[in-house]
Design a binder for this molecule. Structure first.
Ligand SMILES: Cc1ncc(COP(=O)(O)O)c(C=O)c1O
Length: 406
């Protein structure tokens, strides 16, 4: 049954919606795999993956099946009751990771909010009220709630909203000496993205994460990995901590976890989880059956050698071509990242112009992202077809050729 809708257009955004976003000039209406169609019927190749969310592309049959089956079964029941999809998903996440306990919520910010509250509560219960400081990295991004923008290392997101959450300090990323100098008996947690996503697709050094682990152990502080962007296969491992072999105490996941259906999760150990006793934390939709049914299907598909190995092979296909384009058009100083989270760092001549590049790419029929004004970011579907990679990068090349000739 198809419903007849009133016609809408991009201009309606400016008239009816809060202007906190600046969406593209075209309105996507349909997606299949790594292709998207706009209102005019124009087809684009999608290398944005909904900002590292659509891990299996658009309308993957396994996800459509899981969603429709659950839609005909049970939508919402609240946390006054538990439900089968949430229990199955929690079981599978525990089996697949260091974690023994899972808390479900609806977004990355909420997963981090839970992680930060857990860290403070654990420290309070174990060591008293003076151990509450959180150390985070400059340029990090952890979400948009007041706590998560305060922990995030980009003041442009936290300034101008009144007093920030106190007890948070920031140190330069990948600088172990700076972290060592900042950690103290008052530190309850160190929070890091294994690859800084929004900050410019900057991977952590191996020694940095290992050093952070050691410092946390020495100071009875929790190591929190924000894997909202890096998790669920994006790095080529299920979670990036598994790539590095450095095990956190708490991990936040969202984005690709739901493959496009909103869900977040905080993963931790039993010994820590017990500090969030009945009534200490919660959220109405956390563990929603629809969200958990879809996420279970995502996990079943992504956590297979076939998909995870595919991510590594596809990484190389992107990287080889992007490095060649960077040289040919004298644009990039570096192509970095892991798996299917890649960043092309603009060289001095193009610094600050990432937005111009993604606008030009969209005109040629390929959607790409920026990560800061200086980095063009690729976060496509983990199962993007090789033919789509080649065609999308050919369109990207046309955009670069036009832009550099202008
Ligand atoms: C590393 C990281 N943490 C947290 C978030 C916030 O997630 P959400 O927008 O789902 O709240 C993001 C979103 O970009 C992210 O990249």
């Amino acid at each position: 049954m198809s419903v007849q809708h009133d016609p809408v257009q991009r201009a309606d955004f400016d008239q009816f919606m809060v202007p906190n976003y600046a969406p593209a000039a075209f309105v996507p209406v349909r997606g299949q795999g790594s292709r998207v169609w706009d209102q005019s019927g124009r087809e684009l190749i999608d290398f944005t993956g909904g900002i590292a969310v659509n891990a299996l592309g658009h309308c993957h049959p396994a996800l459509v099946a899981a969603l429709t089956e659950q839609a005909n079964t049970l939508w919402h029941i609240s946390n006054v009751f538990t439900n089968e999809p949430a229990l199955r998903l929690a079981h599978k996440l525990v089996d697949a990771t260091f974690a023994e306990r899972v808390f479900f919520c609806n977004s990355g910010a909420e997963a981090n909010e839970a992680a930060f509250k857990l860290a403070r509560r654990v420290a309070f219960d174990r060591f008293g009220e003076d151990k509450y400081e959180i150390i985070a990295a400059t340029n990090s991004f952890h979400g948009r709630t007041l706590f998560t923008v305060s922990v995030g290392g980009q003041p442009k997101y936290s300034d101008g909203f009144g007093p920030k959450i106190q007890g948070i300090s920031h140190v330069p990323y990948n600088d172990l000496a700076a972290l060592k100098a900042a950690v103290s008996a008052k530190t309850c947690a160190v929070v890091l993205e294994p690859i800084q996503g929004e900050g410019g697709v900057l991977p952590a050094d191996q020694a940095y994460l290992e050093g952070a682990r050691q410092l946390c152990d020495e100071h009875n502080a929790l190591l929190i990995f924000d894997e909202v962007q890096t998790g669920m296969g994006r790095s080529g491992s299920l979670f990036a901590y598994q790539h590095y072999g450095v095990i956190p105490d708490v991990l936040s996941s969202a984005k690709s976890l739901g493959g496009g259906f909103p869900i977040g999760a905080m993963l931790t150990t039993s010994a820590l989880a017990k500090h969030l006793a009945v009534g200490t934390h919660g959220t109405t939709y956390g563990g929603n059956p629809l969200a958990c049914a879809v996420a279970e299907a995502v996990l079943d598909v992504v956590n297979t050698p076939q998909v995870l190995e595919g991510v590594k092979t596809k990484h190389q296909r992107f990287k080889d071509k992007l490095e060649q384009l960077g040289r040919q058009y004298d644009l990039f100083s570096e192509v970095r990242g892991l798996g299917l989270l890649l960043g092309c760092v603009l060289n001095a001549g193009w610094k600050g112009k990432a937005k111009a590049i993604l606008d030009a790419a969209a005109v040629e029929g390929v959607m790409v992202l920026q990560a800061s004004p200086d980095v063009v970011r690729f976060a496509p579907s983990l199962v993007v077809e090789d033919a789509d990679i080649d065609e999308g990068l050919a369109r990207f090349e046309r955009a670069l050729a036009k832009l550099t000739q202008a």
